[in-house]
Design a protein around this ligand. Structure first.
Ligand SMILES: *[C@@H]1O[C@H](CO)[C@@H](O)[C@H](O)[C@H]1NC(C)=O
Ligand SMILES: *[C@@H]1O[C@H](CO)[C@@H](O)[C@H](O)[C@H]1NC(C)=O
Length: 302
């Protein structure tokens, strides 16, 4: 092929490539309509994808909600108790949704399944976090005598340090305010902790049917500087610990500190009226007292 013919061919091909499509061509392939149709189907597709994404997001959110609600998760934290530099507790509630937490102190049997279940129930009722603390470090008494023996040998000073360790642990997990509650032995321990702890660390206390002996706990309840809500049974026969006479004295003492402190007496209720399965379980008193407890904690842990 000579150079001249090659040059003409090149000019022709360039012309073909650069040529604008003629009208009849454009009409024949319906180019604008095709683009319009494509745009419409793209919009449809986009809407479809968007709605699928929304569905997906809703599912993921639901699963996230389920995943962030902790139920009786065993956690380890440090304590200044000389007995051991760490201890365990049972954590319930949603740390991503609440800045309030309540430490739940066991009865003298130890950190039983019943008490961790109660802590979980309180977390759900109050929409806050609860931490049941294992003050016996794994021991669970098999009967009342064993319970009295273990609680009798416990160092109150050490136990209060454990409770303070629990409060610091909760704050390290993003909790802003911590309250404390406890039942029977734990009720007495609640008041001891309330009188021996900086109000910045523990902000509210709700003891159930238990009052510490001043000598035993090395504490003076007149020093309590945080709001207190007490719960006692009208038919509690634990003399020297939680009988109506002692509850009335406690009420006087607390009222002397602040007229916002309150002690509730439950009609017809005996000692341990919150313990499901216990001989004195009293459902109306249990429900009413827990309702009052969560309201009190929600108000004072703001
Ligand atoms: C409970 O105590 C009240 C007031 O002392 C008394 O009237 C009532 O009989 C007691 N109930 C029971 C079941 O012991
Ligand atoms: C309460 O205060 C009054 C008056 O100051 C006092 O007489 C009383 O003993 C106090 N009661 C208690 C239980 O502390």
């Amino acid at each position: 092929m000579n150079i001249c013919f090659g040059g003409i061919l090149l000019v022709y091909l360039t012309g073909v490539i650069n040529a604008k499509p003629r009208n009849k061509w454009r009409f024949k392939v319906k180019l604008p309509m095709d683009i319009l149709a494509t745009q419409e189907s793209l919009d449809e597709m986009k809407m479809d994808i968007d709605s699928k994404l929304d569905e997906l997001k809703a599912t993921v959110n639901m699963q996230c909600e389920a995943n962030t609600m902790l139920e009786k998760q065993i956690v380890r934290f440090t304590s200044e108790n000389p007995k051991a530099d760490h201890m365990y507790g049972s954590l319930s509630g949603d740390l991503t949704r609440s800045t309030k937490a309540v430490i739940v102190i066991q009865e003298n049997l130890g950190m039983t399944n019943e008490i961790t279940e109660r802590a979980l129930k309180i977390a759900k009722l109050g929409n806050f976090v609860t931490l049941a603390v294992d003050l016996y470090r794994g021991d669970i008494a098999q009967n009342r005598d064993e319970a009295r023996k273990i609680s009798g040998e416990l160092s109150w000073d050490g136990a209060v340090k454990d409770i303070q360790g629990a409060a610091r642990y909760l704050k390290s997990r993003g909790i802003r305010k911590v309250g404390v509650t406890g039942f029977c032995f734990g009720g007495a321990m609640t008041l001891a902790a309330a009188s021996l702890t900086d109000p910045d660390l523990i902000s509210a206390a709700a003891p159930f049917y238990g009052i510490p002996n001043a000598d035993r706990c090395g504490c003076d309840l007149n020093n309590i500087a945080i709001p207190v809500q007490g719960h006692f049974g009208e038919n509690d026969t634990a003399m020297g610990f939680s009988s109506p006479a002692e509850a009335a004295n406690l009420e006087m003492l607390l009222m002397n500190i602040s007229n916002e402190n309150v002690v509730y007496m439950y009609r017809g209720a005996g000692h341990g009226f919150n313990r499901i399965g216990g001989t004195n379980y009293n459902q109306p008193a249990d429900e009413l007292s827990l309702e009052r407890l969560v309201e009190f904690m929600n108000n004072h842990l703001m």
